[in-house]
Design a protein around this ligand. Structure first.
Ligand SMILES: CC(C)(COP(=O)(O)OP(=O)(O)OC[C@H]1O[C@@H](n2cnc3c(N)ncnc32)[C@H](O)[C@@H]1OP(=O)(O)O)[C@@H](O)C(=O)NCCC(=O)NCCS
Length: 151
């Protein structure tokens, strides 16, 4: 396992997040489209994973409702996968949510085709709580939740 520095950053770092996003996901998004998604949201969380000061992964999230924090995006650059980077991001998200007080659940959604994330979620004790049809992308999203009271 590679021990990463997990660094919380603010909305001022959305250019960096967009850069990482575009190395992991397609089609590309710019910082403004990410900013738009966060607009008006409470408790925005942006975590950057760094190895020797090089950003190699990220996780973003926001409050979904008073008892649930939503992990919106998580990605790790392909050269750095299977080294525990996403695990450290997910653990940091969990620790952060517990510190906030008031949250009972973490939730995220993942396309069925994003197999590594399905594996990662299961490994980290998330439960599958549902599936919803994403009519914009014509694909199913698997809905995962984890109770903060669980280990
Ligand atoms: C999903 C993703 C974030 C995982 O990142 P990662 O840093 O490689 O994950 P970790 O190394 O922390 O893996 C933790 C555990 O999850 C499971 N896992 C992760 N990737 C896996 C894969 N490709 N196949 C099987 N199991 C996998 C394993 O149990 C792994 O532990 P192990 O390596 O000790 O066996 C990364 O593959 C990624 O960025 N994928 C593309 C983006 C994406 O699909 N994001 C999710 C949609 S929001």
């Amino acid at each position: 396992m590679a021990t990463a520095d997990i660094i919380p950053v603010g909305l001022g770092e959305l250019d960096l997040v967009a850069d990482l996003y575009n190395q992991v996901f397609a089609p590309p998004r710019d910082a403004d489209s990410l900013r738009r998604r966060f607009e008006g949201r409470r408790n925005i969380l942006i975590l950057i994973a760094q190895l020797e000061r090089r950003p190699v992964g990220f996780l973003t999230g926001m409050e979904l409702k008073p008892d649930t924090h939503f992990g919106w995006l998580c990605g790790v650059l392909s050269d750095y996968r299977r080294a525990g980077i996403a695990s450290q991001l997910l653990e940091a998200h969990l620790a952060w949510a517990r510190d906030q007080g008031g949250y009972e659940l973490l939730r995220f959604e993942c396309y069925n085709r994003h197999r590594p994330m399905l594996h990662t979620a299961i490994t980290h004790g998330y439960n599958i709580v549902g599936i919803r049809w994403d009519s914009q992308h014509h694909d199913n999203l698997v809905i995962f939740e984890k109770e903060l009271s669980e280990g």
